[in-house]
Design a protein around this ligand. Sequence first.
Ligand code: MG
Length: 375
Amino acid sequence: MLAPLRFDVRQARGRRYPETPHPYRNDFQRDRDRIVHARAFRRLEDKTQVFAPGLSDHFRNRLTHTIEVAQIARTVAGVLELDLDLVEALALGHDVGHPPFGHSGECELNRLMKAHNAGFDHNLHALRIVEWFEQRYARFPGLNLTFEVREGIAKHSRDIEPGEVPELDAYLPGLRPPLEAQLIDLCDEIAYNTADLDDGYAAGLITLGMIGAELPDVALFRDDIESKYPGANEHMKVQEMVRALLNWLVSGLIEGTVDAARASGARDMEGVRHAPRRLAQYSSEIAAASEALKEFLRRHVYHSELVERDRRSSIDKLAQVFGTMLRHPDLLPEDYRELTAAVPLPRAICDYVAGMTDGFLLRTWEQLRSTGRLE
Ligand code: MG
């Protein structure tokens, strides 16, 4: 399919600290394994995707979401004949920089940092994790990942223009990342759009009737399933529908990417890098369907009372922990206090809080409250 555009691991620019090759794993395979063995990866288990842990044992958390993204991305990359190891490493790492409490946790940290003329971005934070906070090797800080994996993290959601983000100047601003990296954001979107429909139904926020009334494309799948399995219960019909929808979205991504790659005239990896736009894209039909799906989920799931109620109290606690540590830096663990020699105090606190799981943040808040230090 797009084999000539595959990023060949032998072309990798290498690691910051040179290492001897492994006898039977190539560089991208090693990077994938380093991410899986990282603490930040394990902490994803107790980070909210959409529904807070504790509401049900069946909803996605950020770890199971990550595994779903990796599975979808591998399928797409396999069909397109791209590098599966690079895709898998990037998919497994795509959310390691996510703070507690999902998207609202990210917005709140960004808001708190704005008061210090800074901000918070989970992709930049992921880079700080893999470059610094993961301490597993005696010879170097961080995971010492290849350039391409770090670049893929830096450009996960969007490309960077020259001079736009000074700390990312090393990551080829103005150029597109490899096609493998371009796919991740869209596979992420497919994974959460379908999973949130599934979890939203399980949470009682969505019915088949609402889907039929508001999402005409998805309703076609529902009609098809109802004629095939008229006796199936609603739960089973939703499962069948979500699966059909997932296949449809993935096919649209494959088709859109092949069309864009052919239209661009790109012949190799350099052609991908110098293309005026990203080549990974949905077909136009799927792009519209995906937008409609997002809007539907915003209305009925993300802004639902069930999700909002939990969000408000979690976000208040995050802000209180941040504010208390700002006034009492002695409360920070020693390694983060030492970090203030290199970065301003608010950044060190932001790094510390962003690394927390939901559960750890709530325990920290409770401890500060019960010892009378919370402000
Ligand atoms: Mg994600």
